[in-house]
Write a protein that binds this ligand. Structure first.
Ligand code: COA
Length: 150
């Protein structure tokens, strides 16, 4: 897994002290990309339960983040790969995915659920569609967006 060079204009923090994170800003970014229905306190708890977190800053402002949910050894899932739309197209998304994946050597399963429209982004980075994956849909929207028709 080749991790792209960091861009000098930004700061990258892997597994930072989460008490220093501006969760309102994280919430704002989720809202900006239309992943709504989240609460800052719940986001903070969820990131706290993650095995790896990665935040990218421009000055004091968080402009991108991502995380891994896993058991520390066998199973890991990349989640919440988000780049502020004002900063997209500079390689930050690619960096997040590659840097998180680089933490997962020797795991037995590394996977993720792509958001609708992000298939090509992951395929370009070398990820493969998993033929054996199953999902327990959490409502009709997920059924529509993430499930085969059968
Ligand atoms: C998907 C996302 C993380 C990409 O971030 P980004 O910083 O703009 O991506 P990069 O600049 O690193 O792009 C890397 C490559 O992927 C391509 N790419 C970026 N977004 C893409 C998309 N949605 N579909 C297809 N290709 C895409 C870029 O053109 C680039 O190609 P190149 O290497 O040939 O130049 C960002 O658009 C985002 O946060 N979207 C909203 C949340 C989301 O969908 N997250 C991912 C799904 S879980």
């Amino acid at each position: 897994m080749i991790v792209p060079q960091k861009l000098p204009a930004y700061e990258y923090h892997i597994n930072p002290d989460l008490t220093g994170i501006n969760w309102q800003r994280v919430l704002e970014l989720f809202q900006k990309i239309n992943w709504k229905h989240r609460l800052a306190e719940e986001i903070e708890k969820a990131f706290g339960m993650s095995t790896t977190t990665l935040f990218i800053y421009h000055g004091d402002i968080i402009i991108a983040f991502g995380r891994v949910v896993g058991d520390g050894r066998y199973y890991a899932m990349l989640a919440d790969i988000v780049v502020d739309p004002d900063y997209q197209g500079q390689g930050l998304g690619k960096y997040l995915v590659s840097a998180l994946n680089a933490q997962l050597n020797n795991y037995h399963f590394v996977n993720l659920s792509a958001a609708p429209g992000a298939d090509r982004f992951y395929k370009n980075l070398g990820w493969k569609k998993q033929t054996t994956a199953f999902i327990w849909p959490q409502g009709p929207k997920q059924l529509r967006q993430h499930c085969e028709k059968d």
